[in-house]
Design a protein around this ligand. Structure first.
Ligand code: ADP
Ligand code: MG
Length: 388
């Protein structure tokens, strides 16, 4: 079993310039068999969190329980975990076979035959049978990482902890390993906590993602919850690529509008209702922007903003178009067939159903799209969010 409960986990490092709070009162409940991705920018506390769960760091305060048992002060070897790191950490003088068998020899009572057959079985699963006689120096980065994963899998732990295991691989191999790892985790059903700074990895791999910034929990949710209902401006800007656009606006509830120096946009009825603050930030994702050169015939002329194209980035299937709105630059991701050239004046359309509003001061989400916020979901999301 591999249920993990983290309660108010805090980790401070001491440094000459005073304590560094790497993780601050982190609460997290992870179900048995879940694939959890810890994601956030470099230095936000991901590795520290993972190392605390592994028992490689002593915690400053808070507790960690495995299946209800407090393991906060237990040694790594007494927690049923296997770790995989970015730099493989294989023993250079041992063959792949010896690397995979080593942990089992040290930590179990299994006979040499049993160890051998487990290594063979996992090697087959990982498609590395032919590499078992090779030393790490003879293997490519991708092969080494397979052996490192195999070494974790043979231990048959309750929990896998993985710290950016794919980041040394080239883009193509990374994408392939991402899919394989997901399949493998599905088959094995072992609780996995996977650390990455890459939001694409987080979105594609996690059952749920845990977004950290500056040692603080920002949101816990399924990838789609975090995409559609980001708890705050940080999450909104971190999840999604290119990132969400933000425009400062003032709400005018009397007129039912959002006002920016460069445009006035109607608020739909549901968005207008009980707005706490009039100083807001309008969030709109690049993929929800569309462009027209014929505002006169558009079905929603009141939702058009006049812009000028500054740069275009054709990607083939889509084109990223950079647009000037007042002093701001907005990114629109439009169909690759749409012709737009620098200097061209176009109108961008912002659909009523794809708007996000954030409080300008706190950054917290105020409303998402045209739907009133579903109290149930949001209550959950809120309870997982620390004020930023
Ligand atoms: P991430 O893995 O998200 O990039 P880390 O958990 O490695 O972040 O680091 C979080 C913060 O703690 C950073 O400010 C980092 O500089 C600091 N930190 C990490 N390890 C140590 C350490 N051993 N001593 C002092 N500060 C540390
Ligand atoms: Mg790290």
């Amino acid at each position: 079993m591999g249920r993990i409960d983290i309660d108010a986990l805090t980790k401070e490092y001491s440094s000459p310039s005073g304590p560094i709070r790497a993780v601050e009162r982190l609460d997290l409940e992870i179900d048995d068999g879940e694939f959890i991705v810890l994601v956030g920018p470099s230095g936000c506390g991901k590795s520290t969190t993972l190392r605390c769960i592994a028992g490689l760091e002593t915690v400053t305060s808070g507790s960690i329980r495995f299946d209800g048992t407090d393991v906060t002060d237990e040694k790594p070897k007494d927690r049923d975990i296997a770790m995989v790191f970015q730099n493989y950490a294989l023993y250079p003088h041992m063959t792949a076979r010896e690397n995979m068998a080593f942990g089992l020899k040290m930590s179990t009572e299994l006979s040499a035959d049993e160890i051998e057959s487990r290594v063979e079985e996992v090697a087959e699963m990982m498609d590395i049978t032919e590499l078992l006689g090779d030393r790490p120096g003879e293997l490519s980065g991708g092969q080494q990482q397979r052996v490192a994963l195999g070494r974790a899998i043979v231990r048959d732990p309750d929990v896998f902890l993985m710290d950016e295991p794919l980041s040394n691989l080239d883009a193509k191999l990374r994408a392939q390993m991402r899919t394989e790892l997901q399949q493998l985790q599905n088959e094995l059903g072992v609780t996995t906590i996977y650390v990455t700074h890459d939001q694409t990895e987080a979105m594609t791999m996690g059952d749920r993602i845990v977004i950290l910034n500056d040692g603080q929990l920002q949101q816990v949710g399924t990838p789609l919850e975090c995409y559609h209902r980001p708890a705050n401006r940080f999450v909104a800007g971190f999840i999604g690529s290119p990132p969400m656009n933000f425009l400062e606006v003032k709400a005018d509830p009397e007129e039912g509008t959002l006002v920016n120096p460069a445009f006035t946009m109607p608020l739909s009825e549901s968005l207008a209702g009980d707005l706490d603050s009039t100083d807001l930030v309008l969030g709109i994702r690049p993929e929800h922007v569309s462009l027209t050169d014929a505002p006169g015939t558009h079905s929603e002329p009141e939702r058009l903003i006049e812009t000028e194209v500054t740069v275009t980035e054709p990607m083939g299937d889509v084109t990223n178009v950079y647009l000037e709105v007042g002093d701001e630059t907005i990114t629109g991701t439009v169909d690759g067939h749409v012709g737009a050239a620098p200097g061209e004046r176009l109108h961008m359309h912002v659909p009523a159903s794809k708007m996000h509003l954030f409080d300008a001061d706190s950054g917290r989400s105020v409303k998402h799209s045209d739907e009133p916020i579903d109290a149930g979901t949001l209550a959950d999301a809120d309870s997982q969010v620390e004020t930023v």
